[in-house]
Design a protein around this ligand. Structure first.
Ligand code: CP
Length: 304
């Protein structure tokens, strides 16, 4: 896949190391020039933002990016006919009939892949699909690590928490695979299972999992995705897997802590850690804007 010819952004399964490097350089160049230097797209197009699930970071960053590029946005969320049971595919067809051909979609399932098979009038960006994929978060996380260390190869990355319900964890594993990273996964046994990856190291002990980490990525307990029979005791989870200030003191001096957000302060991350100098949480949010500008420029065929 030539990135400049990419049609959709559904997942990161086909991205190569060279494509990531090219994309990171593009983000870096945009970020170094600042918001004032962003040029309007040469062919701005209206963009439908279909958000079947709640979002702050992803939705607002796409709105801001589209604004910079001169692309009007049309937001479809829970107060629309989605709430009457209209499918995401029919929502795409409906907006398409109004002349809105390009879409950013957050859905509760992976149906964006089926939509991509049936819809060919514009681009589709997966803004998070159930527990399956969140490619733009994966890209901004990868960029944040690359920006910090100047490389992704030969880094020890530990992901902690409710990974099995996490689309971010799955997208992160896709770029880690490409870079030959063998991540450590840590959390309660049922929440770190089900990952299709040969080079993976599952740890139940948090202190052991973070001891030699360069990057610790925490993941939110996704209460909304737990099955009726899946229960956990918050205090036990925090004691065993929470990133506390005591645990922060154990990690390597130049190690960083990341979290895609939204964060549960006091559950998977203590407040002092979230606001600590080692925390890259706000940098991730900022990089999300630059990542999405780079992506939209490519899909619109604007920018170098
Ligand atoms: N990380 C992330 O996707 O955040 P939002 O749900 O706020 O978009």
């Amino acid at each position: 896949m030539n990135l400049s010819k990419m049609r959709h952004c559904l997942d990161l399964s086909s991205w190569t190391v060279e494509q990531y490097q090219f994309f990171f350089m593009k983000i870096q160049a945009l970020k170094s020039q600042g918001y004032a230097a962003i040029k309007k797209a040469t062919n701005p197009r209206p963009i439908g933002l279909i958000f079947q699930e709640a979002s702050t970071r992803t939705r607002v960053s796409f709105e801001k990016v589209a604004d910079h590029l001169g692309c009007p946005t049309y937001l479809i969320e829970s107060n629309t006919s989605l709430s009457k049971g209209e499918s995401v595919l029919d929502t795409v067809y409906t907006l398409s009939a109004m002349g809105i051909k390009d879409f950013v979609i957050r859905s509760s399932t992976d149906e964006i892949f089926e939509i991509a098979d049936r819809y060919s009038d514009g681009f589709l960006i997966n803004a998070g699909s159930g527990s399956c994929h969140h490619p733009t978060q994966g890209l901004l996380d990868a960029y944040t690590v690359w920006e910090t260390f100047g490389r992704l190869q030969n880094l020890q990355i530990t992901m902690v928490g409710d990974l099995v319900h996490s689309r971010v964890a799955r997208s992160n594993i896709q770029w880690m695979k490409a870079f030959g990273i063998c991540p450590k996964l840590c959390g309660p046994a049922p929440w770190v299972d089900d990952f299709e990856m040969d080079a993976i190291d599952i740890k139940q002990d948090m202190d052991e999992a973070i001891a030699d980490a360069d990057v610790v990525i925490l993941h939110r307990v996704q209460n909304e995705r737990l099955q009726a029979n899946e229960t956990y005791h918050v205090a036990d989870f925090t004691a065993q897997y929470g990133m506390t200030i005591q645990r922060l003191a154990q990690i390597k001096a130049n190690a960083i802590v990341m979290h895609p957000g939204p964060i549960n302060r006091g559950i998977e991350i203590q407040s002092e850690v979230a606001d600590h100098a080692k925390s890259k949480i706000q940098t991730q949010v900022e990089n999300g804007v630059w990542t999405r500008i780079a992506l939209l420029q490519m899909l619109l065929g604007s920018g170098e």
